[in-house]
Design a protein around this ligand. Structure first.
Ligand code: SF4
Ligand code: MG
Length: 330
């Protein structure tokens, strides 16, 4: 994604009194083939909007989305349907995303009908059985319906359905946050196995860093529509440079102890995305804010070759001065 912007609310119409909300404001990021890339931030930070814009479930207001080197920002119609074969989405709530009147076999087989119409009915059934086994379900489940399954099993069905078209990229919007804690790790491990075994590229959206720590190669931390820090996950974890990332890490309880609920940090409420603060958008909550933070937007920059970048005027001095909020044993 290059300098991506997504606004909601129509500023050009006099009928519209709704404020224009810039949910995603100038985000650039590059996801590498085969990696697992996590996008983390509090609810309302624009991460879901970003994910949908990357998938072209939403058209960006400005900026570009490139996929395999092709600009897909304006792709529509039949070309967009073709693109769906390569890019699939996994939703947060596997129940509401699965049609309750369709059997599991039909749910997983439907994308095959669209993207692999050359398959015979028997070949399709075999493929569905394969896909179910691949996600850790029994092939016999094909005849059952979504309500007969637990949340974790339903998410596995959603994943099998996403895999059916043979995608290169899967984007998951909080794929485990609606699940019981005990099940979260299983689904995360499944996604990790699939990405390794099938060479899939994964983009995982999460609201806390704990969920993605062991599964993602790189992470971008979002705040009010902008990326404030990005880099290799271990780096960002072990030496967070942005005060917001430091606060997020400090607020991590035991993994998923409050499933489905965003954790408000010690720093208080996030300002409305409809009226983001000038300068550094984090200045209203930042314990280190100075005068310049209220006027100048800090650029995303870094000094290392590993790609660890941060958008803070003072990250250099803070990184050396601030004690780590949540030291991890080495
Ligand atoms: Fe805090 Fe200023 Fe850095 Fe923003 S730029 S994170 S307000 S110190
Ligand atoms: Mg969301």
């Amino acid at each position: 994604a290059v300098d991506l912007v997504k606004n909601f609310g129509d500023a050009s119409s006099w009928l519209s009194r709704a404020p224009v909300v810039q949910a995603v404001s100038g985000v650039s990021l590059q996801v590498r083939r085969g990696e697992t890339f996590a996008i983390v931030g509090e609810s309302g930070c624009g991460k879901s909007t970003l994910a949908r814009a990357l998938m072209r479930l939403l058209a960006p207001t400005s900026g570009k989305v490139l996929f395999d080197g092709n600009d897909i920002s304006d792709t529509r119609g039949a070309d967009l349907r073709k693109l769906r074969k390569d890019m699939q989405f996994i939703f947060q709530d596997p129940f509401s995303s699965l049609n309750p009147r369709m059997s599991v076999g039909k749910l997983v087989g439907e994308p095959l009908e669209v993207h692999a119409p050359e398959l015979s009915a028997q070949q399709r059934r075999d493929r569905v059985a394969d896909l179910l086994r691949r996600v850790g379900l029994r092939a016999e489940y094909a005849g059952r319906y979504p309500h007969e399954f637990s949340g974790g099993q339903r998410q596995r069905i959603g994943i099998a359905r996403a895999l059916a078209s043979g995608p290169k990229l899967i984007i998951g919007d909080e794929p485990v946050s609606a699940l019981d804690v005990s099940v979260q790790a299983q689904v995360i491990n499944l996604l990790g196995d699939l990405s390794r075994d099938m060479g899939l590229t994964l983009v995982i959206i999460a609201h806390d860093l704990a969920v993605i720590r062991h599964m993602s190669d790189r992470v971008a931390v979002m705040y009010l529509g902008q990326i404030v820090e990005s880099g290799p996950t271990a780096q960002v974890y072990d030496s967070p440079r942005h005060p917001y990332t430091q606060a997020l890490l400090a607020s991590i309880p035991v993994m998923g102890s409050t499933p489905g609920r965003d954790k408000t940090t010690v720093l208080g409420e996030m300002p409305s995305p409809a009226a983001p603060p000038q300068g550094c958008r984090f200045h209203t909550r930042c314990p280190h804010a100075q005068a310049i933070c209220k006027t100048d937007r800090p650029a995303l920059e870094g000094d290392t070759s590993d790609g660890h970048q941060v958008a803070c005027h003072f990250w250099d001095s803070l990184a050396s001065a601030a004690p780590l909020p949540n030291p991890q044993p080495k």
